[in-house]
Design a protein around this ligand. Structure first.
Ligand SMILES: [Zn+2]
Length: 244
């Protein structure tokens, strides 16, 4: 490698985003005296949403810092739990994370999701407009400047993705308070007011109902409840009382 360069060391948590030759420790990277450290980090494959402190020769610098040739750079991961300033914690999930969205809603976490892909610019604009943390496994989407905040979701299985998001952001959990279909809040509903929308067997068997304030969907503890309760119990055991 010719020309001016820096040494850059990514924390183990960030190495999966980098080329294999950067995964064992400090490795050289070219600099041009103009590009910011944030740009250099991104150009090596690491989304800035995943980056915490940046150290140059042991001193913390902002992403706008322009590294000088010869600098020793350390890139640390974002702190967990991560605090998102200025807004109640709300999420927006990209089109590939529908199952994760339903699990977050099941736990009462505000998780906006649209199964019709509005495209990256519209998703990023909505994140900014509604101050929602964009969750995605698409690094290109996470690089968009207009995002309010974003996070890469680790894991291919929805169970792993859920643990990743709960561990990273420690959202307050309130199971069975949100519509898993549309993210709207659930309200207790009288049997009388929902009875004309129920099957005969359901009406006879159950007494406790809730209704989504937005889409009108009715919820009760039906046959699939045991499986949902299992998911909720598991999440509450590990993440139900976050340190605050
Ligand atoms: Zn609903």
């Amino acid at each position: 490698m010719d020309g001016p360069r820096i040494s850059i060391d990514f924390a183990p948590e960030l190495r999966q985003f980098t080329a294999p030759e950067r995964r064992r420790g400090p490795a050289p990277a070219p600099v041009d005296g103009v590009s910011t450290l944030g740009h250099v980090v991104e150009s090596l494959g690491v989304p800035l949403t995943e980056v915490g402190r940046l150290l140059v020769n042991g001193r913390e610098v902002p992403p706008a810092h322009v590294p000088a040739p010869g600098a020793n750079v350390e890139v640390r991961p974002v702190a967990r739990p991560q605090r998102v300033p200025g807004a109640p914690l709300r999420f927006l999930l990209d089109v590939h994370l529908g199952r994760l969205a339903r699990r977050l809603r099941l736990l009462g976490v505000d998780a906006a999701y649209d199964s019709t892909d509005p495209g990256d610019p519209a998703l990023a604009a909505r994140s900014a407009r509604e101050r929602r943390v964009l969750l995605s496994r698409d690094r290109g989407l996470l690089r968009r400047r207009e995002l309010w905040a974003g996070a890469f979701v680790h894991g291919d299985r929805v169970e792993d993705q859920l643990r990743d998001v709960l561990g990273r952001f420690a959202p307050a959990l309130a199971p069975f308070t949100r519509c898993t279909a549309c993210n709207g809040p659930l309200r207790p509903a009288d049997k009388e007011t929902v009875t004309d929308r129920l099957e005969r067997g359901t009406e006879r068997t159950y007494d406790a109902f809730a209704q989504c304030a937005e889409c009108g969907r009715i919820y009760w503890q039906g046959a699939h409840h045991a499986r949902l309760a299992e998911i909720v119990d598991e999440a509450m055991r590990e993440f139900g009382e976050p340190a605050r």
